[in-house]
Design a protein around this ligand. Sequence first.
Ligand SMILES: [Fe+2]
Length: 246
Amino acid sequence: MFGAPGRRAVEARLRGLREELAVDFCIVNGENAADGRGITAKLAERILAAGADVITLGNWVWGQAGFAPYLSGSDRVIRPANLSPATPGRGLTIHDGVAVINLLGTMTLNPFESPFVTADRLVEEALRETPVVIVDFHAEATSEKIALAYHLDGRVTAVLGTHTHVQTNDARVLKGGTAAVTDAGMTGPHDSVIGSIPEGAIRRFTTGLPVRLEPADGDVRIEGVLIECGADGRATSCELVRVPVG
Ligand SMILES: [Fe+2]
């Protein structure tokens, strides 16, 4: 979910979509909620009030000053689990019988621990409580996201990629019963360079200067992935969701 346009779309449409698609549980990646750079306590509360059950984060987890105390006190907003254990917050939560794990990829994002190592440990911990385990893998590299899905196939319900903002056409259920998609897409402005006004992004690439990126607002869509699973936690379907808004 990207910026104010993404949040407005979630606030206007998420409740209705949940009903229409008979959704039992909804996870929103909120790390770009505050104009693309992190999230605040107030924004997190608004997303939860709009119908998200759990909010995951990513590389922008510390993008907004003063967010750490809220993160420490929440069991519905989680950060990547493979950051240093000395940082606030948690990377696994179990809410309404669904375990959600948030992980950060290695390429360009430099996590504290390998996501594969952290995943092995946390999946085991989650499976002691519930068979339904969803992983939000916030990562840059397609290969790393697909590799983690295969690594966890048969052990978790889904491995869903986020961070690159462009929905990939590979939603599927792997042989062991794990749903997977390389990138779930972006809820936000699609007339943009992954959420931001193109001119700023182009200036960055043509000058190499640290140009501040501003959020765009055109062609807003809700994007995501819809997973069905059995009581054993195995996925039975995995479909892309793409809904134009306004
Ligand atoms: Fe990200």
